[in-house]
Design a protein around this ligand. Structure first.
Ligand code: DGL
Length: 359
């Protein structure tokens, strides 16, 4: 246990010291695209310590060290590194999200780089990717990358994933595709991808649509032409926090206790991770109706993991003033609902229109 405490002290010290260090740059061919690598922690920066009580300490390795540990990466791009945070992504929060969004927007607005790669824990990687995809005003490549094994593990997947993430970010065909996620030789869209396995390296899949491309050391291949992400971009609210939106997980014998608790905690929105096509019990539906009547944005999503949640099938959404999440899982539906509320969009019809923005 004592060693785990030392490991956390080390990670904190590393972060504090690295925050004082200006962005590091690596010598490279100036004809190469400029890629800024922004680190936030996670297993990709994890370091196992045999003496530690916990298996490894996520976020122990700094951005510069991560890049320097990948042979040949300097041949792909002119690289710079910055340490934005040094946390396990289960601790990801609005403060880091806002710092990331503002720094990336600044990098592009100031023409400091041609693309950005973000190293991140995999637990909430899809959420950060989706959040950035909805607030960044750019068509330049932004790629999130993580790993399922710490940097000190046998057959660590981080170095290869980071190499491929930079390869995609530096590719001319990566522009105009929104925020992407690269792990395990696949390129996924921020909207579609989700973590589906607790431990395997092939954990990120896009259940409804599949990957948007593939990458290997020899090539970056997209499966369809780039689309200019439409104007469904939202403004970051002032301050450092998004409105509270709760997720309530449905199950057999469901009552309205968690929903009423979300109402009592002043949630501005409630996302139902419903059974099947976003369903739940009559008792819970009555509680959701109470919430909607109080002006709380109610979105029906599903715990199922693939498929679309559709309006007015077993639930009368029109009558109840509910919204359906369509293809978005509950955690992404929550983020979009937060951004909509923060941008003053709360009427069910307007919220529903925003959920359908890219379909
Ligand atoms: N602590 C988890 C995280 O930072 C580890 C998972 C990972 O990064 O693969 O998301």
């Amino acid at each position: 246990m004592r060693h785990a405490v030392y490991a956390r002290y080390f990670a904190t010290l590393l972060f504090l010291v690295s925050a004082l260090i200006p962005p590091a740059a690596f010598a490279a061919d100036t004809a190469l695209p400029r890629v800024a690598v922004l680190a936030t922690g996670g297993t990709i920066a994890g370091q196992a310590d045999a003496r530690a009580a916990n298996a490894y300490n996520a976020g122990a390795v700094g951005a510069q060290q991560l890049v320097q540990a990948v042979p040949g990466i300097e041949k792909l791009a002119q690289l710079s590194t910055e340490q934005v945070a040094s946390i396990g992504s289960q601790d990801m929060n609005d403060k880091v999200w806002f710092a990331l969004a503002r720094r990336i927007q600044q990098i592009f607005d100031r023409n400091e780089a041609d693309a950005v790669v973000i190293t991140h824990g995999t637990d909430t990687l899809e959420e950060t990717a989706f959040f950035l995809d909805n607030v960044l005003h750019t068509d330049k490549p932004v790629v999130l990358v993580g790993s399922m094994r710490p940097s000190t593990a046998t057959s660590a997947d981080g170095p290869s994933n980071l190499y491929e993430a930079v390869e995609v970010a530096a590719s001319p065909s990566a522009r105009g595709r929104g925020v992407m996620v690269v792990l395990n030789d696949t390129i996924q869209s921020a909207r579609a991808t989700t973590k589906t396995n607790t431990t395997s390296v092939q954990t990120f899949v896009s259940p409804n649509s599949g990957p948007i491309g593939y990458v290997d050391p020899a090539s970056v291949r997209f499966l369809a032409p780039a689309f200019q992400p439409d104007s469904h971009k939202y403004t970051l609210p002032s301050g450092e926090a998004l409105p509270r939106v709760a997720i309530v997980y449905s199950h057999a014998n469901m009552d309205g206790v968690e929903i009423d608790s979300a109402i009592a905690s002043k949630a501005k929105g409630i996302v139902l991770a419903g059974v099947g096509d976003g369903n739940t019990s009559k008792t819970a539906l009555d509680a959701l109706e109470r919430a909607a009547k109080q002006g709380i944005v109610v979105v029906r999503a599903s715990r199922v993991g693939s498929g679309f949640v559709n309006r007015n099938v077993e639930v009368n959404d029109d009558q109840n003033g509910f919204v359906v999440s369509l293809d978005l899982n509950a955690q992404k539906a929550r983020i979009l609902t937060q951004l909509l509320i923060a941008n003053g969009i709360t009427a069910p019809a307007q919220v529903q229109k925003a959920f359908a923005a890219t379909w």
